[in-house]
Design a protein around this ligand. Structure first.
Ligand code: ATR
Length: 273
């Protein structure tokens, strides 16, 4: 029988998840169906219940439902509990719903794929919203030398860092308090969407540093262009998207898909679109 999965969002038409998961399924000859569902803004739990009643086994969750998904879960992974958000729902054999967040581990896998050394690295993360909260636990688990969170609203970065202080060397503040050099700078703000760049010092990057933007597009983001001008290697978030999907797929199917060919196809599609 065909196993059913979906991605919930609002809007959700732009989601690449159906294409990614269809490609993962093809690799192993899995008989699955994966669709995009636009859930109502006021009743996410109802949308999940209906999907389960129709044979749904698991789902991805995207904007704006990650917190609503977190609230409906019967059990949670430790990293989802820390993130306060869920991007992966799994229906257990007992009928209970388990929630996980795979964004952070997706980021870590993508960084490693690019050869970025995280242990003992000096890391700066820009932004203090949901996207950043979701990646701090997996980053700290790699035992960097230090992790600094910088945000336009300094108090949010300070509060966020305080929530993770028991896990490692982490501090938060405003952009004005940022002092390099850093081996890795991750942009988790939505500033790129508006074509904005956070105010950053010119000497931000250590030699050989990597700049990572969680956003992606056909062209490099403003942040990645700025990073290239200041001597850093740039990586965009398309790989993170594919890696987080792979981790969700693994949770559902117990098989790790091969991400490289899927990422290559998405990259090609992006450049011709
Ligand atoms: P997400 O879930 O994508 O993280 P969010 O919770 O709304 O979305 O957070 C957006 C982040 O981008 C915040 O850190 C925000 O900074 P503030 O907390 O000061 O609002 C940051 N951000 C958005 N637009 C920005 C801009 N033009 N310049 C700098 N930071 C920006």
């Amino acid at each position: 029988m065909t196993d059913r999965y979906c991605v919930f969002g609002h809007p959700v038409g732009h989601s690449k998840s159906p294409v990614i998961h269809a490609a993962f399924a093809d690799q192993g000859g899995d008989d699955i169906e994966y669709v995009a569902i636009e859930a109502p803004l006021d009743d996410f739990a109802g949308a999940w219940r209906r999907f389960v009643a129709e044979g749904g086994r698991g789902a991805n969750v995207t904007v704006p439902f990650k917190e609503a998904a977190f609230r409906l879960c019967d059990t949670l992974s430790e990293r989802a509990r820390r993130a306060g958000a869920v991007n992966t729902l799994v229906l257990g054999g007992n009928g209970l719903t388990y929630g996980d967040t795979t964004d952070g581990i997706g980021l870590v896998h993508d960084l490693k794929r690019h050869g970025v050394e995280l242990a003992r690295a000096r890391i700066l993360v820009l932004g203090a919203g949901g996207a950043v909260r979701g990646v701090l636990e997996p980053l700290l688990a790699e035992e960097p030398a230090s992790l600094r969170v910088a945000n336009r609203t300094a108090a949010k970065a300070e509060a966020l860092a305080a929530d993770f202080r028991d896990l490692g060397e982490i501090a938060g503040g405003g952009f004005d308090a940022v002092a390099g050099p850093f081996d890795l700078v991750i942009n988790g703000t939505s500033a790129s969407l508006a074509g904005d760049l956070p105010p950053l010092p010119d000497d931000l990057f250590a030699p050989g540093a990597t700049a990572y933007d969680m956003m992606y597009g056909a062209e490099p983001t403003v942040f990645l262009r700025w990073a290239a001008e200041h001597g850093a290697r740039g990586v965009d978030g398309l790989g993170m998207l594919v890696e987080q999907a792979a981790e969700s797929f693994f949770q559902w199917r117990g098989r790790r898909p091969d991400t490289a060919p899927v990422l290559e196809r998405l990259r090609q599609a992006l450049s011709v679109s």
